[in-house]
Design a binder for this molecule. Sequence first.
Ligand SMILES: *[C@@H]1O[C@H](CO)[C@@H](O)[C@H](O)[C@H]1NC(C)=O
Ligand SMILES: *[C@@H]1O[C@H](CO)[C@@H](O)[C@H](O)[C@H]1NC(C)=O
Ligand SMILES: *[C@@H]1O[C@H](CO)[C@@H](O)[C@H](O)[C@H]1NC(C)=O
Length: 490
Amino acid sequence: MGSCSWSGHGRPAALVVAAVMLFWSAAGVGAIGANWGTQASHPLPPDTVVKMLKGNGFQKVKLFDAEDGTMSALRKSGLEVMVGIPNELLMIMATSMKAAEKWVDKNVSNYLNDGCNIRYVAVGNEPFLSTYNGSFLQTTFPALRNIQSALVRAGLSNQIKVTVPQNADVYESTTGKPSDADFRADIHDRMLEIVKFLSDNGGAFTVNIYPFISLYIDANFPAEYAFFDGSSSPIVDGSATYTNMFDANHDTLIWALKKNGYGNLPIIIGEIGWPTDGDMNANAQLAQRFNQGFMTHIASGRGTPMRPGPIDAYLFSLIDEDEKSIQPGNFERHWGIFTYDGIPKYNLNFGTPNSQIQRASGVKYLEKKWCVLKPSASLDDPKLPDTISYACSMADCTSLGYKTSCGMLDIRSNISYAYNSFFQKNDQDDVACGFSGFATTTGQDPSTGTCRFGVMIEVDSAFSWKLQRARSSSLLMLLLALVHLCLSFS
Ligand SMILES: *[C@@H]1O[C@H](CO)[C@@H](O)[C@H](O)[C@H]1NC(C)=O
Ligand SMILES: *[C@@H]1O[C@H](CO)[C@@H](O)[C@H](O)[C@H]1NC(C)=O
Ligand SMILES: *[C@@H]1O[C@H](CO)[C@@H](O)[C@H](O)[C@H]1NC(C)=O
C-alpha cells in the first residue's frame, strides 16, 4: 500500500489484455476469477470495477449477493458470474418455495435476460462456520434444494448450477495426511446430504482455503509451507509429496469426498488470497508472494497430486472493504489486490511475461485535503484519548497496529491517522474534523513510507439505494459523534 505501488501502469492496456486473454485460452487452464465484495463506505462505481476486471484479464466474478448496481454493470460484460444468496436469506429460502422462486425470478432470470452471464448460484456463504454456532445448519440444505427446484421450474437448471461455498474447516485429517481425511464429525451427515445433492444435480463443491489464517492462528505453523516456492518440511502421503498447504488442503477435500463415494465431484476454489495489512504477516510482499505463487501454480495447469489438471478459482479479494467486521482480525479489511480506490498494491503477473496489473481508470477523488492533529495540541490533555477512540470506533484504525503499514508512526501522526480516517469516511465534512478543537485540515499529504493517509473517492449515489442508506447512516453517525463529544466534554 506504499507509494511504490502507485505505478500500476506502463504499457498499452489493450495489448496486455489481448495477451492475457490469448494466454488463458491457449493454455486451456482454469480461468481465474475474483471475489467482488461491496462492504465499503465508498465503493468504486460498478462500471469502473467491471472495466478493471476485464482490463486485468479476469474471466469470472463471484458476488456475495445480487445488488442491482453490480448485476446491472455486469450485463453484456461477458464475465461469468457466480451470484450469492446471503446466509440471512437461507431461512426464508428453506421454508418458502415461493420465496426461492421469487429470488430466482428477480435475481437470476431478470438479469440473465438482460445479458448477464450467470453460471452459478452460491447458496449461503460458509454457513457451517463454527463461529455461527450452527445457526444455518438446518436451513442450508433445504434452501439449496428449493433454489435448485426454482431453477428447474425457470428452465435454467442446465445453464446455471448450484453450490454452497464452505470454509475448509468442514473437513479435517486427524493425522495431517490428506488420505486420512473425512468431513468433520459434528456435521458429517449434513455435508453428505449436500454433497450428494450437488453430485446428483451437476453442481460443484466450493471451498475457501486460507493458509494465511493457519499462520495467523497457529504460531507454530511453518510459514514456508503457506507459500508455493518450496518447503523444507513437506508432507509425504503415500506416493504424493506436498510442499504447500494449498495442495495438501485441496487434496484433503478430495480424499474426504472420495471416502464417501464422491471422488469425482468438481471443485471450485471460492476464495483464496492474502491480506496486506492489519497483522504482522499481512503485507504487500507476502501477499504478492502468495498470490503470484498461486497464479503461477494454476497457470501451469498441473493441478494437485490427487487431481491433476485445471484449477477453477476466485481470488479473494478484488478490492479492500472498509466496513467489513474485524471480528476475525484487523486484516479483514485488507484482502484486496486493489486499494479502495482501485490502485494495485503489488504487481500480479497473470501468466504473460512482463504483464502489468492495471489500476482502475477515471476514479474521482475528493479534494486533496487531510485532517490532522493540530501542532499546538497538547498530548497531555485529558480530553484527547476519547477523541481518538471515537475516531477509531467509527472509522478505520486497522493500519495502526504492531507491524502494520502505519505501525511506525509517532504518537502525533498516529492520532492524525485516526482523525483523517474519520474525516475521509465522512466525505471530508468540516464538522468531521473538529475533535474538540484538537484537529485541523491541511493540504499537505501526511503519508510517509508504507503509511498512506487516504483521500476518499467520490460516490455516485445514484447507482444504488444501498449507498443512499449508507450515506444517511453516516450523517447520523456524525451527529451522534457530535452529541457524544459534547456530552463527554461538557
Ligand atoms: C434479490 O437479492 C437481493 C440482494 O441479495 C435481496 O435483497 C432481494 O431480497 C432479492 N430479491 C428477492 C425477490 O428475493
Ligand atoms: C456463538 O456463541 C458464542 C459463545 O456462546 C457467542 O459469544 C457468540 O455471540 C455466538 N455467535 C453467534 C453468531 O450466535
Ligand atoms: C496508535 O493508535 C492505535 C489506535 O488508537 C493504538 O492502538 C496504538 O497503540 C497507537 N500507537 C502509538 C505509537 O501511539
